[in-house]
Every structure is written in C-alpha cells, then in structure tokens.
Design a protein around this ligand. Structure first.
Ligand code: NAD
Ligand code: TYD
Length: 357
C-alpha cells in the first residue's frame, strides 16, 4: 500500500481517485488535517476497504510513525500543504508550520520507519520512496523572453507560500543527501480541474460568474501562468513514483502559457455556451480589475523535457478541452459547491475582496 498526505485536498483527492481506479488493488492510507481546503466529500464515495482515511496532521510525528509501522507502506506521497498565495500574504504562520515544520516532522517519522526496513526484498530501504509534491513557484518569476524553468534553475521564491515550499524542497533534498532517504520531488505548474477550492483563479471565476458577481482580475491581468489539467499532474506523479530516480527533481508543466485575462475570457466563453445568461449578455461583462497582489509574480513557464525523457510523461489534456471539462464538472456538482461555501469561506471572500465579494 501507499500513504498519501493531504488527500482530501484538490490534487491529493484527484490523485487518490486516479490511483484507486488503476485497478491494481493496492490500498491507500490518506492522512489529512481537513483544514478549510480539505474536504472529506472529495473522497467520501471511495471504497473504504481500499481507502483508509485518517484525520491527522503531518506534523504529528508519533501519529505518522505509528501509521507507518502499522500499515508498512511502500511509499509516502506528500501533498499536504497550505497552498494559497493570497492567504500566505495575509498570514504566513500556518505556511511555515505545515510546509516547513510539519514536513520536517514527517521526514523524521519517515526516516525512522525507512531505517527499520530490511536492506533488500519487496519492501526494503531500496524500494521505498518518499515523493514530495511541490510547485514551480519556488523558481520565482520569469521575464517575457526568459526560457522556462529547468530543474537546474536557482530557487528564487517571492511569496511566503513559495518560500515555504522552497524551504520544504531543500529539507527533502538534504534528507536524501545526508541520510540516503530515497526521495523524488516534482515541481508542477498551475493546476485546474474538478474539486479545486474556489479561492484559486479558475473555480473562483466560474462560481462568481454563475452567481452574477464581479470576476476579479488582479492588476492588469497580463500575468502568465502555465496551466496543467490536474489528471495530467497526477499521472506525472505516478510516473515519478514508479520510474523517478531517488534524489532527483522533475519539473511538470502543461506547455500552456496563458495570460490571466485570456484564461478568464476563455472561461466566460465556455460558460456562455454551456449556461447562457437569460438576459443574453456575456459573463465577460462581469470581469473587473482590482488591486494587484503584493509581489505578484509576472510569469511562470515550465520546461518538462526531463520528465518526458526519463519518465515517459507528457500532458494529454489540451487547455480548451480541459477547461470545458472543469466547468462542466462545477455545473454538474452544485451540491459540492454549496457544501464548501461555509461561513469560514464566505468570511475570507469578504475580507479579501471587500466590495467585490
Ligand atoms: P489544497 O489546499 O487543495 O489541499 C491541501 C490539503 O492538505 C488539504 O486537504 C488540507 O486539509 C491538507 N493539509 C493542510 N495542512 C495539513 C497538515 N498539517 N497535515 C495534514 N494535512 C494537511 O492544495 P492542492 O492544490 O491540492 O495542492 C497539493 C500540493 O500540490 C501542495 O503541496 C501544493 O503546494 C502543490 N501544488 C499545487 C499546485 C496547484 O496549482 N494547486 C501546483 C503545483 C503544486
Ligand atoms: P491562483 O489561482 O491564486 O494561483 P497562483 O497564485 O498560485 O498562480 O492565481 C492564478 C493567477 O490569477 C495569479 O496570477 C493571480 C491571479 N488571480 C486573479 O487575477 N484574481 C483572483 O481572484 C485570483 C484568485 C487570482
């Protein structure tokens, strides 16, 4: 079996679902603290004989050690994190706590378990893997004419979120070099798809559009992100788990650079087709420009040639088709949307977007 952390969040839940649908019969232990971003509804329908959910914190070293000793997984995949840049700007403490201190405690629990494994055999120190799910944001921001982020780029994180993830990646690297822990790290670009919490651009814009609210664009909307459909990211993680070399880092991107304004216009076009407004106007009329994010990174782009060459991975979903699939999912899952729009979520929207909420 494998142990996944943060598997009730957006990417973790998509990963667990993909893994279990693979039909190999292998079980998943899913440890999640269920923060505001974690949602048990993302995994509640999964077969409980194959999916064991544990409500817990990666920073709980004793809990993690007990789970590892009890279930003896062949791999630990760490998706758990505080993940939203705007929240990290408002309040960075939780980001340091989970993405750095929590990860340190997790690495120590995993190292103790890994050290107790035999030298060789089906489950051994040799076969075990620790996979760290990270972000392209650790590399900082690119000028318009700069080449995409390669694995050899220096870390230049600019937000409290990306700094905390960069610190975490450094810990993972050190645990490999110093202790020999067989780690693999993936640094991925912006994901979108089903189950994404509506604080991130695409689901926020879709739900605001449908609710007749303004669709907020930070600054001039010319910032560029490289968008990847979440299932493609999950397939890359699977490949990195099975074929990644210990100690290595793999960049994962969609080769889909888009300006934020383009993304939001595309999304409004899809909504105009799938759920036309009764008054015949376009959702694009709801777009409004708001104050920019402090320290806003201008451009991300990812060079995934290493993942293509060494893992045989390539994205399969195009941006336009992926966007349509995503929007269709949100339209079809009104109960899920209603379920996450709790008081705490509304409070965040009110304090962050003020009059635009
Ligand atoms: P998310 O915020 O949707 O989910 C994070 C999950 O981690 C939640 O279920 C939350 O409850 C859980 N969690 C938080 N703190 C925890 C703790 N201390 N112990 C246990 N569980 C905890 O995030 P996501 O978008 O699914 O991102 C998952 C990972 O992928 C993160 O590490 C993130 O940095 C990385 N990543 C995200 C993107 C993206 O575009 N969303 C891109 C590249 C990399
Ligand atoms: P986001 O989804 O928060 O991801 P990240 O900051 O990790 O890239 O934001 C994606 C881009 O969209 C980013 O440039 C900020 C911008 N953005 C807006 O313009 N308006 C919004 O309401 C949000 C949430 C993001």
């Amino acid at each position: 079996m494998i142990l996944v952390t943060g598997g009730a969040g957006f990417i973790g839940a998509n990963f667990v679902r993909l893994f279990l649908s693979g039909g190999k019969g292998e079980e998943v232990i899913n440890v999640d603290r269920l923060t505001y971003a974690g949602n048990i509804e993302n995994v509640r329908d999964l077969d409980s004989s194959k999916h064991i959910f544990v409500h817990g914190d990666i920073g709980g070293r004793n809990l993690m050690r007990d789970l590892l000793d009890r279930y003896r997984p062949r791999a630990v995949l760490n998706f758990a994190a505080e993940s939203h840049v705007d929240r990290s700007i408002d309040s960075a403490g939780e980001f340091i706590q989970t993405n750095v201190v929590g990860l340190f405690n997790l690495l120590e629990a995993v190292r103790a378990y890994w050290s107790s494994l035999p030298d060789s055999g089906d489950l051994s120190r040799d076969t075990f893997r620790f996979l760290q799910v990270s972000t392209d944001e650790v590399y900082g921001s690119l000028a318009p004419d700069e080449p995409a982020f390669a694995e050899s780029n220096a870390f230049q994180p600019n937000s409290p979120y990306s700094a905390s993830k960069a610190a975490g990646d450094h810990l993972v690297r050190a645990w490999h070099h110093t202790y020999g822990l067989p780690t693999v790290t993936t640094n991925c670009s912006n994901n979108y798809g089903p189950y994404q919490f509506p604080e991130k651009l695409i689901p926020l814009a879709v739900l605001n559009a449908l609710a007749g609210k303004p669709i907020p664009i930070y600054g001039d909307g010319q910032q560029i992100r490289d968008w990847l459909y979440v299932e493609d990211h999950c397939r890359a993680i699977l490949r990195a788990l099975e074929a990644g070399t210990p100690g290595e880092v793999y960049n994962v991107g969609g080769d889909n650079e888009r300006r934020n304004l383009e993304v939001v216009h595309a999304l409004c076009g899809v909504l105009d087709r799938l759920r036309p407004k009764q008054d015949g106007t376009s959702y694009a009329e709801q777009i409004c420009f708001v104050k920019d994010r402090p320290g806003h990174d201008r451009r991300y782009a990812v060079d995934s040639r290493k993942a293509a060459k060494e893992l045989g991975w390539r994205p399969e979903e195009g941006f336009e088709s992926g966007l349509e699939r995503t929007i269709a999912w949100y339209l079809a899952n009104g109960d899920w949307v209603a379920g996450i729009q709790t008081g705490a979520y509304r409070e965040w929207v009110k304090t962050h977007y003020g009059e635009y909420a």
